[in-house]
Design a protein around this ligand. Structure first.
Ligand SMILES: [Zn+2]
Length: 254
């Protein structure tokens, strides 16, 4: 490159506006990164996700919230965390209590790497098939198992007051009970359908098509699924290329 061309190139670079997203991602200056953080509070948004509820988070066009259910699980959860870390992206994990009890080091890694660690019951039953008392006990046991894995002991209320019903099998009485306890119930705005076996490439194409149709939103994945772990690096690159922005959701006490 001639000196003149070099000077012109340098001037052009200097004239560009500062990137909206933080480039502060070690080893990856082109990272997707987390665009902004929002707090979800049961007083304002008790139930979110348009697949099941009338409201969702106040997201702008092309803003995406990443959520992962059913872990932590050896192998796949670590791969998901590695992919998120490489892009400096923060997500929300909805943990199954017995998996958190079996693999507390993975739950603690999620927390240590800045992710939101939330709740998905203890053994993942369909809570609408149980008595109210049994369903509430199952939810509480899940809260306690996850918080014990993360913090050594449970508190009266879950540290992060976010819950997603296994199989989205809610009842009006349980929704009321969780609202009374200031727990935000998460549905989803779209999903990858990654409970169905498919190749990572098929999953990637499908979820990108759905994101384009919905203009962003809360996306549901499962960090227990190999195909999801495998497609995640390419998915995050595609979000960056497509101009999507990642929003990290935190609870009111975190
Ligand atoms: Zn689940």
């Amino acid at each position: 490159m001639s000196l003149l061309k070099f000077a012109l190139a340098a001037a052009l670079i200097a004239a560009q506006p500062a990137a909206a997203q933080s480039p502060d991602c070690p080893g990856n200056p082109d990272a997707l990164a987390t665009s902004r953080i929002i707090t979800a509070d049961a007083a304002a948004t008790p139930r979110i996700g348009r697949k099941h509820f009338p409201a969702t988070l106040p997201l702008a066009d092309k803003e995406v919230v990443l959520t992962f259910d059913d872990g932590p699980w050896p192998g796949t959860t670590s791969a998901v965390l590695d992919a998120l870390k490489r892009e400096c992206v923060r997500a929300t994990f909805f943990l199954v209590g017995e998996n958190a009890a079996a693999h507390p080091e993975l739950a603690r890694r999620e927390l240590a790497e800045g992710h939101t660690v939330a709740h998905h019951s203890f053994r993942h039953p369909l809570l609408d098939h149980m008595s109210q008392a049994a369903a509430e006990a199952e939810i509480d046991r899940g809260f306690a198992a996850v918080d014990t894995a993360l913090y050594g002991q449970p508190a009266k209320q879950p540290r992060t007051p976010f819950f997603r019903f296994p199989g989205f099998a809610a009842t009006p009485a349980l929704l009321d009970r969780l609202a009374a306890r200031q727990v935000v119930v998460f549905g989803a705005d779209l999903w990858a359908s990654d409970w169905n076996p498919m190749s990572p490439h098929q999953e990637l194409s499908q979820v990108l098509e759905r994101l384009e149709a919905s203009h962003g939103g809360i996306v549901l994945f499962h960090d227990t699924r190999q195909q999801t772990a495998a497609m995640l690096p390419a998915f995050l690159r595609s979000l960056k290329a497509g101009g999507y922005r990642i929003v990290h959701v935190v609870g009111p006490t975190t």
